[in-house]
Design a protein around this ligand. Sequence first.
Ligand code: FO1
Length: 315
Amino acid sequence: MLVALCGGVGAARMLSGLVRVVPPDTITAIVNVGDDMEMHGLHISPDIDTVTYTLAGMDNQETGWGVAGETWTVMGELARLGGEDWFRLGDRDLATHLYRTGSLRSGATLSAVTDELRRRRGIAVNLLPATDDPVRTRVTLAEATGLGPAGTEVAFQDYFVRLRHEVAVAGLRFDGAEKARPAPGVLEALAAADTIVVCPSNPLVSIGPLLAVPGVRDALVGRRPDVVAVSPIVAGAALKGPADRLMAELGTEPSVVGVARLYAPWVGTLVIDEADAGHAMSVEAEGPRCIVAPTVMGTPDAAAALAGTVIDARG
Ligand code: FO1
């Protein structure tokens, strides 16, 4: 059994490689919910959606989020009404949010509705939200914006989408994490896994909220030799998103060495890209074993090759 710790697009690519090298029904993906939000009264779970759409083969590869071949009739009409349209919900995507919100309102847990949507999309990988309880990433901005003066704390999607993650950040907080419980099956999967893969997701805002759920970090520390992470930082930069800037702004060197330092207490092996081969010894000086391999998943074959490396990497 294999467990993958997942954020959004980097994780979705890693999973699409993993399903090509191990039976999909032997994989459990534990997915970040810190990006979740309510919009127009709907519960949106962006990382669960990105992983689900990718494994169902219906992801929008241009945007990295949402559904391929999307139409925007509802958003267009909403804009005509003067409604909030900075967070774009496509017509097909809306069906997911309507289904999820309706189920949650009827008393279903997020893990139950995630599992239902997974089955209805024909996905064999077991998808688990990190927690069924509300954990929301909150971002303290270091600069004044239209949302308030420097020091204002905003919701993650305000930072990420509304402000296009172009604003410097002074702090992060995972609201609700201290009271959250791991979703059913999370700790069991971490205990039973042969290998735990940390996907190349943002260490601070994708993996961070998973670690903040009480019990998860301790479970990982106990499994350290079997935890294999793929660095989301290649040659000092994030392939997508603000991971490099966030690391620098929050005091961690934006490099594979910085990733190794963050992950050292609970990651046994760090896979870094060939572009960073010169840093392998510095990575090992931080604690994890280091494996150098091509990590940029530009094609399905490259994703499958990286998946093979990760599965063989366990110490
Ligand atoms: N990302 C954007 O950059 N702009 C959007 O309008 C947007 C809408 C959206 C709707 C549903 C969904 O599941 C994801 C959406 N995302 C959008 C992606 C999301 O904000 C981020 O990529 C993740 O939260 C970061 O992993």
